[in-house]
Write a protein that binds this ligand. Structure first.
Ligand code: ZN
Length: 253
């Protein structure tokens, strides 16, 4: 029960649980296209979606493999076009050198690396890293450490701000390094926020903060829960959509 309850309180990245997905593949227009098939009881139609992870197919439990393939073949053009678009958007491998860009609070900062006594300064649109050891590994450690520190102080302020307005105070705020969750709220009153949120625009961080705070009172996603979120974030639906659709573009590793 504990783990079920725990899961309910978390705000997930839009990923499917590994147990729910079945890897599959099909040749479309001469190209082998792999996809993941997600069957579920509640689903009535076969649906396709494409994002940075590739093609996903949702299907009712009763749908036959051939029925699914008929749908895929009928949408060959759409699938190939969208997969190509996502390929273009894929993150470039970060080298941690001067001139690279980094998203911080939804703004692009240019990384500037110089040799000198160690310090990091944010100056307008630049993140200036001074270090006597300018290796990519060392720069990565420094910048990621700086981002985590910034995340902790920024999130603590937001939790404090909204906590006062909502009259809800967590016992503790922790940064998480989860690959699959933006935030979670525990029965003990502790809130965990993914440090990677620091890349996102502030309106999206605010949404996650308010979402987790609201769980301190409503341990579910009931209408009462969303009503509580809406008191602070009236356009929470738009922000939720935005975080599901766009957040991956801000992530750096
Ligand atoms: Zn939630």
């Amino acid at each position: 029960m504990q783990s079920l309850l725990h899961n309910q309180l978390e705000l997930p990245f839009p990923t499917l649980s590994p147990a729910a997905v079945i890897p599959a593949a099909l040749v479309l227009d001469g190209q082998l296209i792999s996809y993941v098939l997600h069957r579920s009881r509640g689903r009535r139609r076969i649906g396709l979606s494409i994002d940075e992870r590739g093609l996903r197919v949702g299907a009712p439990l009763s749908a036959s493999k051939s029925a699914i393939e008929v749908v895929l073949i009928a949408h060959t053009r759409w699938i190939l076009d969208h997969l190509a678009q996502w390929k273009d958007k894929k993150k470039v491998q970060r080298s941690w050198v001067s001139g690279e860009n980094l998203m911080v609070l939804g703004r692009s900062l240019e990384l500037i690396i110089t040799e000198g006594p160690q310090r990091i300064l944010q100056c307008d649109h630049q993140l200036q890293v001074h270090t006597p050891h300018a290796t990519p590994e060392h720069i990565a450690t420094l910048v990621l450490g700086w981002l985590r520190q910034l995340a902790l102080s920024d999130f603590a302020q937001r939790v404090d701000h909204y906590g006062q307005k909502m009259q809800l105070n967590p016992t503790d705020i922790h940064l998480s390094n989860a690959r699959s969750r933006w935030g979670s709220c525990h029965a003990s009153g502790r809130i965990q926020l993914n440090w990677r949120l620091i890349h996102l625009p502030t309106r999206l961080i605010d949404y996650v903060v308010v979402h987790e705070l609201a769980h301190l009172r409503e341990m579910n996603h009931s209408p009462a829960f969303w009503a509580r979120v809406a008191t602070q974030i009236p356009d929470f639906l738009a922000r939720r959509r935005e975080i599901r659709r766009d957040a991956h573009r801000f992530l750096i590793d």
